[in-house]
Ligand binder design. Sequence first.
Ligand SMILES: NC(=O)c1ccc[n+]([C@@H]2O[C@H](COP(=O)([O-])OP(=O)(O)OC[C@H]3O[C@@H](n4cnc5c(N)ncnc54)[C@H](O)[C@@H]3O)[C@@H](O)[C@H]2O)c1
Ligand SMILES: O=C(O)C[C@H](O)C(=O)O
Ligand SMILES: [Mg+2]
Length: 476
Amino acid sequence: MTQRNNKGLGGKSVIIRLEIVGDRMNFGLVANIVSSLGGDIIAIDTIHIGNEGSVRDMTVNVVDASDIAPILDAIGKIPGIRVVNTSDRTFLLHLGGKIEVTPKVTIQNRDDLSRVYTPDVARVCAAIREDADKAFSLTIKRNTVAVVSDGTAVLGLGDIGPRAAMPVMEGKAMLFKQFAGVDAFPVCLETTDADEIVRTIKAISPAFGGINLEDISSPRCFEIEERLREELDIPVFHDDQHGTAVVTYAGLINALKIAGKSLSDVTIVVCGIGAAGVAISKILLSAGVKELIGVDKEGILVQGETYSNSVKTAYAEYTNPNRRTGSLSDALVGTDVFIGVSAGGMLTRDMVAKMAPNPIVFAMANPSPEILPGEIDDIAAVAATGRSDYPNQINNVLCFPGMFRAALDCRAAEINEEMKLAAAEAIASVIPDDKLSKYDIIPSVFDQSVVERIRERVVRAAIASGVARRIPKEYR
Ligand SMILES: NC(=O)c1ccc[n+]([C@@H]2O[C@H](COP(=O)([O-])OP(=O)(O)OC[C@H]3O[C@@H](n4cnc5c(N)ncnc54)[C@H](O)[C@@H]3O)[C@@H](O)[C@H]2O)c1
Ligand SMILES: O=C(O)C[C@H](O)C(=O)O
Ligand SMILES: [Mg+2]
């Protein structure tokens, strides 16, 4: 089953304002034209009705932006209808940004003012000066995460800079709040220097209970995260590494059930040994995978070779135990699982046909996957992508809200391996075995039990591994 869903935020949606002369609009004709040109009318709103005619807003979804011009052209040619203007719903949604800061109490009088601000606030400040940990109970620190990016590896768009990265970081902040009640704040930095990024994040850390690093390019992302983890006492989590790794492992737990294979027996090829590929490989190895082969632009990464990027050289030391060599196509012969976090269109049907029976294909490059699921639906046991418009969306949004909810609730000093494995198992467990199918290996991001399940298991893992600094009531 391949489905392209152009509804809601997934496809492109435009509002076309029409001026209609006379008292009625020929809906049938307009609908026919729009649908014959690939559009889908989802609403018509009346803006104004007068003696001479009316003004209406018609909302149309299209799969591709290039579908819009021919639709406007054709509607404009209908006698009695004039296209006044069009607006892109996605841009409308971004006008003025997507989030705001809202006070929890209203200041109604002088007494309130003296409590929230000077002079009474000074007593609260003094209490925190006496005991720095009180920042967790008396400030926003306990529920606030910084979403920090330098704009160098934004989605699959690459290095687009800090201003252009803001819409993604604001979006992440919305997801944090809606799915897990976490207040997240986007912070996009005008520097790509690792030392300066580390220094800046350390300097802003007093306000935050956790740092979510986002879309920072490899290999700098490894060093930045490593140093911050050592130097800060709040969790630092590079989402493109660990969020992706957690959700990929969750998807694989369930996909293996469909394919009738076990983690310790399968051979896995990971394509794209960058931020996501390294972290996915590490979580899978710690979960018990024995044969894992990394492929990047140079082909299969082999122990003993020196690559331009030291992370790949180090990676080759702990992967590919049978020292296979060659191209991606060679690596896939007889392999059970393909995991792609590289670039769109890398994988061909022929390569998948040479994999072991019942192959699992996770083509997760955004926005264009390594292969479209429709091309291999008949030969793959399971196919997944990172996108919301195909079945099996493997996307880190399934992980980060619940992960930080848990880390904040138990005031975790860090997010460790035990917590990541627990989160993956929690996500996988949301779909009971009798509900699993090749199109249903991973829960929807709108499944409210995902965050709750992750929180429960991750808090337990944090307590058991000794990084929880507070035991929530229900765990005492
Ligand atoms: N679905 C998800 O949740 C999710 C999460 C994170 C990243 N991603 C996607 O995965 C991709 C990689 O993200 P990242 O943050 O790891 O980026 P990155 O830049 O750190 O790593 C990408 C790696 O892929 C390699 N690569 C690029 N083209 C290749 C090719 N033709 N053949 C082999 N290797 C190739 C690069 O050399 C690099 O090592 C992006 O498209 C990103 O959008 C998806
Ligand atoms: O942001 C996403 O949807 C996924 C991931 O963080 C990515 O960078 O592609
Ligand atoms: Mg990202």
